[in-house]
Design a protein around this ligand. Structure first.
Ligand code: SF4
Length: 351
């Protein structure tokens, strides 16, 4: 029987869950409003968090042994408080994630990961064997390398699979109950790769940025004639982390994981990593000739708002067109988004 363990934030090291015998299952929210969740959570909290709770209350999730909630932002902390009472049952494991990157933070996070391995252990399970953990680390790294290769080829200008294909593939990859059946997973990853055809299309090349991007935005960008070549989001490219310079299999695996996650491209919540985030945008824009940027600001997400302000300054310096679209993750903004997107793409085409 497959044991599913839910997780939300991409700072959750799924390797530990795999090594413990779980199949990690990402909670990706749901479309529509969240009337039941707002009974227990304030209405002015991140809609992604609200929609995950709504899915649990409506029993739309598969049976989970528990869920790991990273205390990555204010909304997640509120979710961690209510989940044991109104969530999907099973364990609620709370993981503290530092908001800055230095050696102290890496050490602190590694200790939290050690504790996560203890709290998440299945009933009667012994202390997690480090060999198993290194095997899981290697397995996940192979998966991510395949994805990274595909996304880089696509962003580099060969005719790409649609952004929609990519995001759907990544969603299946994060939620597949058969994740450990490598042949099926291989299919999920390689299917979009078959669509690479090696000819650059002429639509405006866009970078999409946000905390977590609603898939319908990516679809709409492409329906309106734009080309989403890179999704800087925690359900897009950031999910795939960056390889570390530390060798796999050597030293403390928890320290390795702490470094892997904290040193990867930062999400908007990493307040002390602003300069690294600017360098990340600069590298994307230069490497994959980006002609315009669309920022999706999640309603009530403070981290996204100050991230947007930083990106605005970055775009002004580089004279790059920037469009801000606000959303509440419910899929209800289509009319307004479409009008603004069409105008933005028209402007890009005449430049
Ligand atoms: S946006 Fe950042 S804090 Fe929020 S879920 Fe994604 S990775 Fe975690």
């Amino acid at each position: 029987m497959s044991h599913l363990m839910g997780w939300l934030c991409h700072y959750t090291p799924v390797e530990i869950l795999t090594a413990l015998g779980y199949t990690p299952y990402r909670l990706l929210g749901r479309e529509g409003n969240n009337p039941r969740a707002t009974t227990y959570l304030l209405g002015n909290l991140c809609p992604y968090v609200q929609s995950c709770l709504e899915a649990a209350i409506r029993q739309e999730l598969p049976p989970l042994d528990g869920v790991v909630i990273a205390r990555s932002c204010n909304a997640m902390i509120h979710l961690a408080n209510v989940w044991p009472h109104y969530g999907a049952g099973g364990k609620t494991i709370v993981l503290d994630v530092p908001r800055r990157l230095n050696e102290d933070a890496i050490f602190y996070f590694s200790q939290n990961l050690r504790q996560l391995a203890v709290e998440a252990a299945l009933a009667g399970q012994q202390r997690l064997d480090e060999k198993r953990l290194w095997a899981a680390i290697t397995w996940w790294e192979e998966q991510r390398t395949t994805w990274r290769r595909l996304l880089t080829r696509r962003a580099a200008g060969e005719e790409p699979p649609a952004g929609k294909e990519i995001i759907e593939g990544l969603s299946r990859w994060q939620t597949s109950p058969n994740l450990r059946e490598a042949d099926k997973l291989e299919e999920v990853i390689t299917r979009p790769a078959h669509l690479l055809r090696g000819k650059a299309p002429s639509q405006p090349r866009l970078l999409l940025v946000g905390s977590i991007l609603p898939w319908e935005l990516i679809t709409m960008v492409e329906e309106c004639g734009g080309l989403s070549v890179f999704e800087d989001s925690c359900n897009g490219r950031r999910l795939l982390l960056n390889p570390t310079t530390t060798a796999v299999g050597e030293g403390d695996p928890y320290l390795y994981l702490a470094r892997l996650y904290l040193e990867s491209p930062p999400c908007p919540r990493m307040v002390s990593d602003r300069e690294k985030r600017r360098r990340y945008w600069a590298a994307i824009v230069d490497q994959f000739p980006i002609q315009g940027i669309i920022y999706h600001v999640m309603k009530f997400c403070d981290a996204a708002l100050y991230d947007f302000l930083d990106l605005k300054v970055f775009c002004e310096k580089r004279e790059l067109p920037l469009l801000r679209l606000d959303g509440d993750f419910s899929g209800g903004n289509r009319g307004q988004w479409q009008t603004r997107l069409e105008a933005f793409l028209e402007m890009l085409e005449v430049r």
